[in-house]
Write a protein that binds this ligand. Sequence first.
Ligand code: ATP
Ligand code: MG
Length: 546
Amino acid sequence: MSEFKNFIEDIIDNDIKSGKVTEVCTRFPPEPNGYLHIGHAKSLCINFGIKTKYNGKCNLRFDDTNPSKEDTEYVESIKNDIEWLGFKWDKLLFASDYFDVMFDCAVKLINKGLAYVSDETAEEIRERRGTLTEAGTESPYRNRSAEENLQLFYGMRDGKYADGSKVLRAKIDMSSSNINMRDPVIYRVLRAHHHNTGDKWCIYPMYDFAHPIEDAYEGITHSICTLEFEDHRPLYDWVVKSCDFPEPRPQQIEFARLNVTNTIMSKRYLKKLVDEGKVMGWDDPRMPTLSGLRRRGYPAAALRDFCERIGVSKANSEVEEGYLQACVRDELNKTADRVMAVFDPLKVVLTNFEGTEDLTVENNPNAEPLTYRTVPLSKEIYIDRADFALVPPPKYYRLKPGGVVRLKGAYIIRCDEVIQDTDGNVTELHCFVLPNSKSGSDTSGVKVKGVIQWADASTCIDITVRKLQSLLTDVVDGVTDFNQRFNEDSLKVVCAKAERSLLTAKVEDKFQFMRVGYYVLDKDSTKNNLVFNEIVSLKDNFNKPN
Ligand code: ATP
Ligand code: MG
């Protein structure tokens, strides 16, 4: 964790110093209308990071006050993703559990003359709201008595009025320079089944009314949200104060949301991709959802590291996708075992090698303690076609006619003969194994500059590999609409020959395929067909085509 404080922590420090706050309490309030994405990871890291730094609390509260789009599938996925990211919430809460509290708050406002029932249509309310330069016009229902308002509001609750026919509005100031303060609607009539409260309610509170009540009721001290709520803060403060919540009242603090290049952060569009079958599901390894990134092989630690490195600010910006990939690469370099796989196999016969030798190969040079595995070597192997050149360019250190190269973890070989078909394509190489050149006990005295990966022909396995690219193509000619940017080439399936040791891998195990990239075992694997997803390439090449 960084020793530098961000502006939110500065505010919290001051609140502690002044004695306003004794125990810091934050919350993460997702709406259960989709899966969490990389943007939510930032909010999670901020809120749970504060809990850790200040030895405070962080609640997980499902903001489920909007009945229509919510689903328990999403509730479960969100809990799962947060745990995977490595965070533990204190209380698990549902905003809908506070519907009675919110109703009582609305009654309180009515009694205080701070809310009224209006019969205006949505359109009339919009027309009378005014503009940034013009004050709004007062509602004709604004001066109903508290008694009348109470009776009407109970009627709304009891189902006496049709959907949309009446609303409860806060009575604040129609000429406020902040449009959010011009008598905002705080309750509406809506007959919709709610995933938690069923059909108990036919009126539902609006977000701007519900959220501050949830925060205040739970004793949240710092309610951290994204910048678009900045203009709503006066209303937030008005609600907690007018509903008579005691001091210290929760304080809303806004930060800039995370945007990543070529990455979709709109739940609506992500849902559309799922519903239209353009992806394998919310956890498709190309999806920017946490479950997608997890399936893609992005370690939770890398996502936390990314959020820490990009920091928290008040200015909107876009982070390069490659920066996230760099964090993933750093983490996997430390943690992923190395194995060998050959994507474009070229057969090599080791002319002077008989039988099978079990080589002992190190799994990960960065691991402590070092561990080893056995890789068999026998007479026929595969190397990658790209590691041989019939007519090599200058300074070519891989295999060429008459040249030498080291087989990773094994011997130095010399290419003595190149077999070609009638079209001149290279079909096979015959190589000589240099005596005494075994890796780790090499006394051959031969210097080689190239080390290449290989697969033992008699024991290797065929694996399926998904090569993945962004779901969005780059913006061309100013076309930013996601619908027109779907990358039809974002998934390519290829085969490779890989070492047998992978047969013991478990789903989500991550590997470095040496000299190629990082790969993760996918849940679609079967005993006879291991499926790997490409996580990231080895080198930083995010600007180059694959
Ligand atoms: P939608 O408006 O599609 O429902 P949302 O992004 O507002 O999506 P919520 O479930 O309401 O989703 O978000 C939960 C929390 O995550 C909120 O506090 C929100 O501010 C935060 N959050 C959402 N997207 C981002 C983002 N891109 N960067 C940082 N925080 C985000
Ligand atoms: Mg939202």
